[in-house]
Write a protein that binds this ligand. Structure first.
Ligand code: OGA
Ligand code: MN
Length: 285
């Protein structure tokens, strides 16, 4: 049998569109292997025109690790989100005046999903259900390319550094996150990480959640972080995904950052989201 999968780069910097595979049905082992291989090569795969249920999306997520299939409710008005790993809707849509999903404004700052956990999400899948007429793009920054482009002196300087991630779901800017609030989820990670599957080095940092460089003078650490955020968000490392309904996208959180762009608030935007965890990750942390 010959494989009919068609792979076309989405940009010069990252991502590929994949056609010729119907994800409403289980895929055979050879196809699954090919998908995993091109995922590692391109870091973002977009499958346009997929008509898939939530179960189909979870089965797809499971090809890449542990698909997080638990039910995770929308945030109650004024309440906190549960920390559980599970399906959710990224949405501004309201039914009977109540939001049916989560649309955190923090998602407009570059970040990597789950970086506030000891075991971050390996990947995220989003399936486009409703897309506004303009805006609401997702920007993806290639953190391998950002690392590679650093001057050698900077690479030497940041080698071995660790940063503290703290996530306040309600903060829209990292400066508003209360570092002293020990109830907020937090984790420490290497600033330069080696991808466990590709062996490539990348930056690992986030304007949304990265609070400080561990064991560094706060002023010096803040200056370094701001320089690195600006560097990692340079247009040459970024691909802007303009969604079409029925796009299924998976991206690799280990080597990419992402951020949503603004869109007209009166227009509905809804995407279904399943994350992919490391096989040994706990369900709720
Ligand atoms: C997410 C996220 C951005 C978007 O689902 O984790 O950041 O464009 N989404 O909806
Ligand atoms: Mn996100």
């Amino acid at each position: 049998m010959t494989l009919t999968i068609d792979v076309e780069p989405l940009s010069e910097i990252v991502g590929a569109a994949v056609r010729g595979v119907d994800l409403s049905k289980p895929v055979d082992d050879r196809t699954a292997d090919s998908l995993r291989e091109i995922f590692l090569r391109y870091s973002i795969l977009c499958f346009p025109g997929q008509i898939i249920s939530a179960d189909d999306q979870l089965r797809f997520a499971n090809l890449f690790g542990k698909g997080d299939g638990a039910l995770r409710g929308a945030k109650e008005p004024g309440g906190k989100r549960t920390g559980n790993r599970g399906v959710m809707f990224v949405s501004n849509v309201k039914e009977n005046g109540k939001p049916i999903g989560v649309l955190a404004d923090g998602e407009m700052q570059f970040h990597s999903d789950g970086a506030h956990r000891d075991s971050p999400y390996r990947a995220t899948t989003l399936y486009a259900i409703k897309i506004p007429s303009r805006g609401g793009n997702t920007l993806f920054a290639n953190l391998y390319a950002a690392y590679d482009a650093l001057p050698q002196a900077t690479k030497d300087r940041i080698d071995g550094l660790k940063t503290q991630f703290v996530y306040d779901y309600d903060a829209q800017l990292r400066n508003f996150t209360d570092d002293e609030d020990t109830t907020l989820p937090r984790a420490v990670h290497d600033l330069v990480r080696t991808h466990p599957e590709t062996g490539r080095k990348s930056l690992y940092l986030s304007r949304l959640m990265c609070r400080r460089v561990v064991d560094m003078d706060p002023v010096e650490g803040e200056k370094l972080l701001l320089e690195l955020f600006d560097h990692a968000e340079k247009p040459e490392f970024v691909y802007a995904h303009k969604w079409a309904p029925d796009d299924l996208v998976i991206w690799d959180n280990r080597c990419l950052n992402h951020a949503r762009t603004d869109f007209p608030a009166e227009e509905p935007r809804m995407l279904r989201r399943f994350t992919v965890s490391e096989p040994d990750a706990p369900d709720d942390k």
